[in-house]
Design a protein around this ligand. Structure first.
Ligand SMILES: Cc1cc2nc3c(=O)[nH]c(=O)nc-3n(C[C@H](O)[C@H](O)[C@H](O)COP(=O)(O)OP(=O)(O)OC[C@H]3O[C@@H](n4cnc5c(N)ncnc54)[C@H](O)[C@@H]3O)c2cc1C
Length: 468
């Protein structure tokens, strides 16, 4: 039996890799990665600078791991829908093995490739692995998808048997007479992207090290610290889970194996939020285009370019919102609490369409993921499945005071406020007059109370009309 093991950017590892393990057990295998212009055309790649950096580093690490095991990764440029069926025939393989993708465009790609391979008599087998349980397999008593997180999580937990597959000890070499169209892994520079030294390094080894560091340290206090923007209290595994340098099963198994009481429970619960977002997108692929709650269709979002630009650049005059915006651009990461405050501010204080924020985050986050990002934005805007109620509006000052009590998070990302006393770090407009005048920091672009009232009136009017 000869197989192509098709790595597709969400499974860049050799441990707990179903297709690799299966192919190694059944004969010859050819590890393949396709440089699809859907992502790798320079104009597209430049739009995802942080994700591209993490992905290329992870791909290089994968290439090295496969070589160490005795095989070789073939990197081939072209459109997957053309390249994969053509190479499968050219290389005379019996089957193509890959991991399933949840996103609608991935599903459509796989449908077309499955059809083309089928016509050539070649099997196409998709393995689970992006999620803990197969998407679409967790159902209510009536057979539908859950619309509320807690019962969904309750239904998942007993079914999760996270027993990750071991790394193969060795792999067969590539078949000798293989006509190859392989090219080297492109450099970031060749795609027109300047490397950002502040990103976490990509790859399976760095991912494993991050997991170990987290479990040996912050994990014990995760339940309490995970909301503190000023503390390194979370795992920072988002990009590893997104690009599959660690499988979600292995993260679950490792965390479940460490005694951490409520903190352990809280962390596993976050992995289940990730699970929920993926199952939602599987059930309702249209979520990438429209709000979950139909009443939000046609919501009167404002076209306010100036407000959007101030939000994206971190110049709104609200320190936590601005810190989040600048952290995103600088290091491709934003603390979850800061994501929630920033997203709420854009959609509720500024009344800007959540889809603009969603696209901006997807562009700059290293862990930018269609399912989790969409659900985070819809949750924050109040239009998502089991979302924050639309009438709950985060007060960015109170959020800062509570979750960044000494202002360390703000001072780190908004250095203009370094001299601001802690008492007014989250509302610098209240600083003593002379100090205020010396701070090169804008006044708030909207007044919290007025913006709150404006959103409530707008939403009430629209939702009232939508339900009548
Ligand atoms: C507006 C907004 C946008 C977001 N965009 C993304 C995104 O593009 N990609 C992404 O992975 N997460 C996203 N999240 C969820 C969450 O903010 C990040 O997963 C988390 O901050 C990543 O940091 P961490 O790895 O240290 O998280 P930890 O707290 O250590 O959590 C561990 C893992 O659980 C998962 N997770 C945690 N919280 C959530 C959540 N609410 N929803 C789904 N999965 C979760 C992630 O895979 C995360 O790496 C978004 C949240 C909001 C409010």
């Amino acid at each position: 039996m000869r197989s192509i093991v098709w790595f597709r950017g969400k499974d860049l590892r050799v441990a707990d890799h179903g297709p690799l393990t299966e192919a190694a057990a059944t004969g010859e295998l050819i590890p393949l990665f396709v440089l699809d212009p859907f992502f790798f055309a320079p104009a597209k790649a430049r739009n995802l600078p942080h994700r591209m950096q993490f992905l290329l580093e992870s791909l290089q690490a994968l290439e090295a791991s496969l070589a160490r095991l005795g095989s070789r990764l073939l990197v081939v440029p072209g459109r997957s829908v053309e390249v994969v069926p053509r190479l499968a025939s050219l290389w005379q393989v019996d089957q193509v093995l890959a991991h399933r993708w949840v996103e609608p465009f991935g599903r459509e790609r796989d449908r077309r490739i499955g059809e083309a391979l089928g016509q050539a008599g070649i099997a196409f087998q998709l393995f689970e692995g992006e999620t803990l349980l197969p998407p679409g397999s967790v159902r209510t008593g009536q057979g539908g998808m859950f619309r509320v997180f807690t019962p969904f999580a309750r239904a998942c937990a007993p079914r999760i048997e996270a027993s990750p597959l071991a790394t193969p000890r060795g792999l067969p070499p590539l078949p000798v007479a293989l006509p190859s169209e392989a090219v080297p892994i492109p450099s970031l520079e060749s795609l027109g992207i300047r490397p950002n030294p502040r990103l976490l390094p990509g790859g399976e080894e760095p991912g494993r090290a991050r997991l170990q560091t987290f479990l040996a340290g912050p994990f014990q206090d995760y339940g309490g610290d995970r909301n503190r923007m000023d503390r390194p209290g979370t795992s920072r595994l988002g990009a590893d889970l997104k690009f599959g340098t660690l499988s979600v099963r292995s993260v679950w198994a490792a965390a479940a194996g460490v005694e951490a009481g409520m903190s352990g429970h809280a962390f596993l619960n976050e992995l289940l939020w990730r699970e929920f977002s993926h199952h939602l997108l599987w059930e309702w692929p249209e979520l990438l285009e429209r709000p979950f709650r139909p009443a939000f269709v046609g919501f009167p979002w404002r076209e306010d370019e100036g407000a959007y630009e101030a939000w994206a650049a971190g110049r709104t005059g609200y320190p936590v919102v601005d810190a989040a915006a600048r952290q995103l651009l600088a290091e491709g990461f934003v603390h979850n609490r800061a994501r929630m405050v920033a997203a709420s501010f854009l959609t509720k204080h500024l009344l800007v369409d959540y889809r603009r924020g969603e696209a901006h985050y997807l562009r700059w986050l290293t862990d930018g993921d269609w399912a989790a990002n969409n659900s985070g934005w819809q949750w924050s805007a109040g239009c998502g499945c089991d979302a924050q109620p639309w009438f709950r509006i985060f007060n960015p000052v109170a959020q800062g005071q509570r979750f960044d009590p000494d202002g360390d998070y703000v001072r780190r990302w908004v250095p203009e406020l370094a001299a601001c006393p802690t008492a007014c770090i989250h509302e610098p407009w209240k600083a003593p007059t002379r100090l205020r005048a010396s701070l090169d920091y804008p006044d708030p672009i909207v007044d919290h109370a007025l913006a709150r009232a404006r959103f409530l009136a707008t939403a009430k009017g629209h939702l009232g009309r939508a339900s009548s």
